[in-house]
Design a protein around this ligand. Sequence first.
Ligand code: AFP
Length: 321
Amino acid sequence: SAEEPPSVDLITLTRHVLNDQLRLGSAATGDLTLLLTAIQVTSKFIATNVRKARLINLVGLAGETNVQGEEQKKLDGLSNDIMVNALRASGKTAVLGKYCVVFDPLDGSSNIDAGVNIGTIFGIYRVRPDSSGSVEDVLRPGSEMVAAGYTMYGSSANLVLSTGSGVNGYTLDASLGEFILTHPNITIPPRGKIYSFNEGNAMYFHPPVTAYLKSIKYPAAPKSPYSARYIGSMVADVHRTLLYGGIFGYPNDKKSKNGKLRLLYEAFPMAFLTEQAGGIATTGTKRILDIVPTNIHERCSVFLGSRDDVLDVIKFYKEIP
Ligand code: AFP
């Protein structure tokens, strides 16, 4: 009730991660905690700028015409610079101490104008023992990531993180400037009722995908058809999938031969989180986290979400050539 006193034992992201590290004993030097602190600061900064950009979009900047497009585009680059500076390197990967980070600073940016949720996606590798940090350190399977997560910029900023022992969700308390643990131990329901695909690509889909979608839209009685939800912003679509269950898919098709989503900084981190939450992430024929990348910008086919839903897709791939 409104009479209830505020909690006096807030679990912040830093506290939570530090506890995790302490549990690991002497192997933990606190470097990962430091790195995650940098990512948190970055997320707060981007969250503020996303909010500002939306305001500017609504009211315009004093003395400027044609603010809209310009400001939106800048936000994309700005987020990249914020992230890069915070992580001290360039492009989509950065080396910090004994860790390498792959990231998409502002994923779903085509949605900014409409005020739809967007996000930052990141994955973290430990540099190989013999390396001083190079691109080779991130051309490794996603299963070798030590941590992965995203921050979603919506009505609040939500940071969802896994350091390899489950998934936790934190919400930015703007007055404290801290991410507070609000969604401990996120687990995906084993089966959901929602499918999330861009069906505008249906005419290009391969037969197993077409057959799978038909099976959930026209199920045999007494089953009910699935609901469609597609935001077009991977962070938001995956966030909903982690919390409510169901399936998110962006398959390769006759037009996009390798799919659309980027393996390193979209598919891997989301696959890592999905598996840590008890779900499955596959290309249809192969576990995503087992793929060995050959290029940092390569793409891959993606199906992820509730265990039973993704197993259904895999079955269609096995049965239909
Ligand atoms: P943008 O950053 O260009 O908006 O792309 C976002 C994205 O990479 C990912 O966040 C979405 O899941 C996917 O693309 C949506 O793609 P479609 O617009 O083809 O549905």
